[in-house]
Design a protein around this ligand. Structure first.
Ligand SMILES: *[C@@H]1O[C@H](CO)[C@@H](O)[C@H](O)[C@H]1NC(C)=O
Ligand SMILES: *[C@@H]1O[C@H](CO)[C@@H](O)[C@H](O)[C@H]1NC(C)=O
Ligand SMILES: *[C@@H]1O[C@H](CO)[C@@H](O)[C@H](O)[C@H]1NC(C)=O
Ligand SMILES: *[C@@H]1O[C@H](CO)[C@@H](O)[C@H](O)[C@H]1NC(C)=O
Length: 356
């Protein structure tokens, strides 16, 4: 069975374990072909699997003095081990230092003045981990282990492309300081890996990582894609909790336990920080049309009323970036023009309507 094409082998890896073993029991990884035949693979997991480091400069004006303790002390892990946030009474400072600011002049997002951030572990997958201490590993850990069994090696032919989930990947024509740099670095990594192994690369993105992977590919020239991309896998990149949930995150705060685990924080207490992040996408009129997505005593809202809804939930500041950045992303349907496999969940119940 050594002749199973690599892409099919990768698809098998994405199946639940019992099904995979059933389909693939007769040939263990060591007979799937020589390691030299593997196409390098780039793995991008979902939201909050990448870490974030920060550095506070003199320009930082903390809202409370103790949030300035790290000023001038160099890089530190801001978003890596959330258990430590409460140990160090850093929750409030974390929320402030994670927050973004929308700049209407540049029509782009950036950190608070004096807060610099960077994403560590570019190029390797070992840095990925979920921040919920009690959860079983869900940052594609099992897939990464299965790839290792196939002969993939971290940082060699299996590469990580951790990203800053607070920003949304831009579509053509949109400025994005953070993603301009990220795309450039990722292109270089792809080129290096491809040349080193003399093969095109596979890119696999899960959840929000799928959106990032898709925009990355669509940001490159057609000639570049043809030269370097073997296949693009988008795994539940249409966000498995559903799109209406994204409205809920803005209205009531992110579901702390899943997306953004901060000990002792309630969804509501994280709302201000969450709203400062660039929201990738909300339910689109193209899909939801005039259907009511939010019911309140005073009024019902469809996807055509999102601006009014943002004002009603006390987030008028979100209207401009919604209009100037998000709508363009929601209406950008250009195919990535590379061999593509999308894997979506079926039979999963997702909310269609929020009742307040
Ligand atoms: C996170 O920090 C806690 C408390 O300091 C520690 O017990 C735990 O081992 C750390 N977890 C990781 C993955 O480093
Ligand atoms: C790629 O993304 C950058 C950053 O948003 C943008 O400036 C550039 O125009 C994009 N290029 C293409 C071809 O989409
Ligand atoms: C905060 O959360 C931690 C871990 O979840 C818990 O042990 C601690 O008791 C909590 N502290 C407060 C003040 O609620
Ligand atoms: C909102 O929609 C619900 C369910 O369709 C309906 O019962 C209710 O009367 C509507 N409320 C308003 C204010 O239109």
């Amino acid at each position: 069975m050594a002749s199973i094409p690599l892409v099919v082998q990768l698809l098998l890896l994405l199946l639940p374990l019992p099904l995979r073993e059933h389909l693939w029991s007769s040939h263990r990884p060591n007979d799937v072909g020589a390691v030299g035949e593997l196409h390098p693979i780039f793995v991008l997991p979902g939201v909050a699997c990448s870490d974030l480091e920060a550095r506070l400069t003199e320009a930082y004006r903390p809202s409370v003095a103790r949030c300035g303790v790290m000023k001038g002390k160099g890089w530190f892990a801001l978003w890596e081990n959330s258990s430590e946030l409460s140990t160090h009474h850093y929750n409030e400072c974390f929320e402030e230092q994670m927050s973004l600011v929308y700049d209407p002049v540049a029509n782009d997002y950036h950190n608070l003045p004096g807060v610099e951030t960077r994403v560590p572990y570019l190029g390797i997958v070992k840095g990925y981990h979920q921040k919920q201490p009690s959860d079983k590993p869900w940052c594609l850990t099992e897939l990464i282990e299965a790839l290792e069994e196939m002969g993939y090696r971290d940082g060699d032919n299996m590469l990580g492309a951790p990203y800053d989930f607070r920003y949304a990947a831009p579509v053509p024509g949109q400025a994005s300081q953070v993603y301009s740099r990220y795309y450039r670095e990722l292109m270089e990594l792809v080129e290096t890996a491809s040349k080193k192994h003399n093969k095109k690369v596979i890119i696999l993105g899960h959840n929000l990582g799928g959106m990032v992977a898709l925009e990355f590919v669509r940001n490159t020239s057609l000639a570049w894609r043809e030269r370097y991309i073997k296949h693009l896998f988008l795994v539940t990149s249409m966000l498995s909790p559903g799109f209406v949930n994204l409205v809920k995150n803005l209205a009531s705060g992110p579901e702390g336990s899943r997306i953004l685990y901060v000990p002792n924080a309630t969804d509501l207490s994280l709302r201000l920080m969450w709203r400062s992040f660039e929201t990738s996408i909300l339910p689109s009129p193209r899909v939801f049309g005039h259907k009511t997505i939010v019911i309140t005593k005073q009024r019902n809202y469809s996807t055509y009323d999102v601006e009014d809804l943002l004002a009603t939930i006390g987030f008028s500041a979100g209207i401009k970036p919604f209009r100037r950045r998000m709508v363009a992303r929601m209406n950008y349907f250009e195919a990535p023009k590379v061999p593509l496999t999308c894997i979506n969940e079926v039979g999963k119940r997702t909310p269609r309507q929020l009742v307040y």
